[in-house]
Ligand binder design. Structure first.
Ligand code: MN
Length: 257
């Protein structure tokens, strides 16, 4: 088995090191990760500047680009094989609900998925790396189970996994969840620069709005490992009927031929 690992916190982040250490003896593992922190870069690709790949002393490759750049480069030119699995993380902080739209951790995994490879995004719920060893151990067990249960090799899938920061013996079961929702983000924070200009810092993510039973927020709050299968199609399938009528209405008022 061959596994490509990436992340969004950068190649030196404890989470990617822990993930590599947890997986390195069960597969041929390659790390291609951003040089710097690229959290909240989603699926961004770098189109207007060249990308360079360097190899760190520990063997990890790092790229002056985004998480999606890393996976894209790895799959389209850097590696001379096609990985059986792409894993991303372990992220420093939750990627639940609306976070998945912004997340570079999910973006790296999604890039693997878009290239037809089963892909998993792993995140720890809290941002303090506490019990990272337990999270990495669970990630290892999950990948081993996927191999044992023959979940790799079929049609591709994209799995979002959030692990509470708990010691192994307090972590609950693997629970299938839908994404919850967050409130809108906190307002931007402004500061004066030394030259008198106003600077803006993007505010913190909003608190959970929909954390009902069945959501990732709910499961992780109960100590469970939340897994959510994701898809890329953003079409609002539930409301296509309404929009068919609305499109006709718009069209009739717009003088269409
Ligand atoms: Mn991150």
């Amino acid at each position: 088995m061959r596994i490509l690992i990436s992340n969004d916190d950068g190649f030196q982040a404890p989470g990617v090191v822990a993930l590599y250490e947890a997986l390195k003896d069960i597969a041929q593992v390659e790390v291609v990760a951003p040089e710097h922190n690229n959290s909240a870069k989603s699926n961004a690709l770098t189109l207007h500047s060249p990308l360079y790949v360097h190899r760190a002393a520990n063997g990890f490759r790092y790229v002056n680009g985004t998480p999606a750049d890393c996976v894209h480069i790895a799959l389209t030119g850097l590696l001379d094989y096609r990985p059986d699995l792409v894993v991303s993380g372990i992220n420093n902080g939750a990627n639940m609900g609306d976070d998945t739209i912004y997340s570079g951790t999910v973006g790296a995994a999604m890039e693997g998925y878009l290239f037809g490879i089963p892909s998993i995004a792993f995140s720890q719920v809290q941002r303090d790396w506490l019990h990272l060893d337990a999270a990495a151990s669970k990630a290892r067990q999950m990948v081993l189970q996927m191999v044992e249960k023959n979940l790799l090799g079929g049609s591709p899938w994209l799995l979002n996994v959030n692990i509470p920061n708990l010691p192994s013996d307090q972590l609950g079961r693997v629970k299938l969840c839908r994404l919850g929702r967050r409130h809108a983000a906190e307002p931007v924070i402004t500061q004066q620069s030394p030259r008198g200009e106003t600077m803006y810092w993007i505010g913190a993510a909003g608190a959970a709005k929909d954390d009902a039973d069945g959501t990732d927020f709910h499961a992780t709050a109960q100590g469970h490992i939340a897994i959510t299968p994701l898809k890329v199609d953003l079409t609002d399938h539930d409301n296509l009927g309404y929009w068919a009528q609305t499109a006709a209405l718009l069209s009739s008022g717009m003088g269409a031929a």
